[in-house]
Design a protein around this ligand. Structure first.
Ligand code: PFF
Length: 435
């Protein structure tokens, strides 16, 4: 459940629809699903296997299994990814608080599409308000990490996650009755193959790794707490299945509404925050629906934030032998500085650009489209080539007590398929070679 908590979050409900919207809808979805199946599930399983085998933080895990000067250091990349993701993810998580607040203060009902769009832009580019919510989100995460109230969160998320799922299903039904339902579904499910270019493929791969929290050490850390009888192939498949269903549901909620209310599907990170208020505005008791939805979304993002924070905190704690509190404080401060700049980069610091991107976009791009795929590639090479095959298979099958008929295929996928595919997608994007 904790692994599902990490995987399901803003990546599914905020990032998936806007990436799909920008990358041609159906074509993106098709490649995304293929990436989850061919690369995501195997990488997830590889992370789990390493975590349970090494039973330690994600940096030490690699060191424990290999003394190789390069391979033993792969874990650092993951820790850095988590810190950088915290930098922008916390900002978006903060936005969900603003929308919860607006639901109770009456800002959600009674507007037009243009008004909703304008109020989102006004809010997200203003200096103080988003910063306030972002830092509040960070403080919450910090308190959960140091307070040992994980148990409470665990219990809460066991209830809230299914509720989020049910609410999404209800909203799906509502969206399917909208005038633009047909157009929206066609956009999401009918692949236009001419829309596929290297950027679409890179985005879909990045989204698959991002959504499953891969290549950043999260699943290594979480699996280090697994019992020895956990059926990992089944766990990995379940996590991937639940995560992908939430993304699909979010797509079915969003795109019919996008076409009904005349919203541009390509508008990027704003998409969901403009579309959802439109949906709630036309529902009876709209502000109540809206409040519950953003509350559940905030919770889903907190369980992801905890996983990101925990990877870095566990590393700092064990590497520098400091207390959990001190480690958490260091991480919160570092993440705090990043989030302040990321949030301001959408407004007052928008002119500060690297490669044409403001800091917020840069953090998103570098982590999801470069660092997580590279981290996953290195992990697969590590597990496929550095580790004894027998050790890998023993851990995977719980020392022979579990029969898993895909084991041989899995080894081939780790050794060849993931490394080759990720490399080809990079080479293709860089334009060195056009496939
Ligand atoms: N998978 C999370 C989501 O979809 O919202 C985001 C995430 C969490 C990415 C943890 C990476 C990570 F290490």
């Amino acid at each position: 459940m904790a692994a599902v908590g990490s995987a399901v979050g803003l990546g599914n409900i905020w990032r998936f629809p806007y990436e799909a919207g920008q990358n041609g809808g159906g074509a993106f979805l098709l490649i995304y699903l293929l990436c989850v199946l061919v690369m995501g599930i195997p990488t997830l399983l590889a992370e789990m296997t390493l975590g349970r085998m090494a039973k330690t933080n994600s940096v030490e895990a690699f060191r424990r299994v290999s003394k190789h000067p390069v391979f033993s250091r792969i874990g650092y990349l993951g820790v850095l990814s988590c810190l950088l993701i915290l930098g922008f993810y916390t900002v978006v998580a903060g936005w969900t608080f603003q929308y919860m607040w607006e639901s109770v203060s009456g800002g959600i009902v009674g507007g037009t599409t243009e008004q909703f769009a304008q109020s989102f832009v006004d809010f997200s580019t203003s200096p103080f308000q988003p910063l306030f919510w972002t830092l509040l989100m960070l403080v919450f995460t910090h308190l959960i990490i140091i307070g040992g109230v994980q148990k409470g969160i665990e219990r809460a998320s066991k209830l809230m996650m299914p509720l989020l799922f049910v609410l999404l299903v209800v909203l799906c039904v509502n969206s399917l009755m909208l005038d633009g339902a047909r157009e929206g579904l066609l956009f999401l499910f009918k692949p236009d193959f001419s829309a596929i270019d290297s950027g679409v493929v890179l985005s879909a791969m990045g989204q698959a790794f991002f959504s499953l929290s891969l290549g950043a050490g999260v699943m290594i850390t979480y699996a280090s707490y697994f019992e020895k009888e956990v059926n990992m192939p089944r766990t990995a498949t379940t996590v991937a299945l639940l995560d992908t269903s939430v993304a699909l549901l979010a797509g079915i909620v969003i795109f019919p509404a996008v076409f009904t209310f005349g919203i541009q599907p390509t508008q990027g990170p704003n998409l969901v925050f403009v579309t959802l208020p439109n949906i709630f505005a036309q529902l009876p008791w709209g502000s109540v629906w809206s409040f519950i939805f953003f509350l559940l979304l905030a919770l889903a993002s907190i369980t992801s934030l905890i996983s990101l924070h925990q990877v870095v905190t566990a590393y700092v704690e064990e590497e520098f032998r400091v207390s959990n509190r001190k480690a958490a404080l260091i991480v919160t401060c570092a993440a705090g500085v990043l989030t302040v700049f990321a949030s301001l980069s959408l407004g007052v610091l928008n002119d500060l650009r690297v490669g044409g991107m403001c800091l917020f976009d840069l953090l998103d791009f570098v982590t999801a489209k470069i660092m997580m795929p590279v981290g996953s590639l290195l992990l697969c090479v590590f597990m496929g080539w550095r580790l004894e095959k027998s050790a890998l298979l023993n851990e995977l099958t719980n020392y022979g007590t579990l029969r898993w008929r895909w084991a041989k295929v899995f080894v081939v996928v780790l050794k060849y398929v993931v490394p080759i595919l990720v490399t080809l997608i990079f080479v293709n994007e860089l334009g060195v070679f056009k496939f």
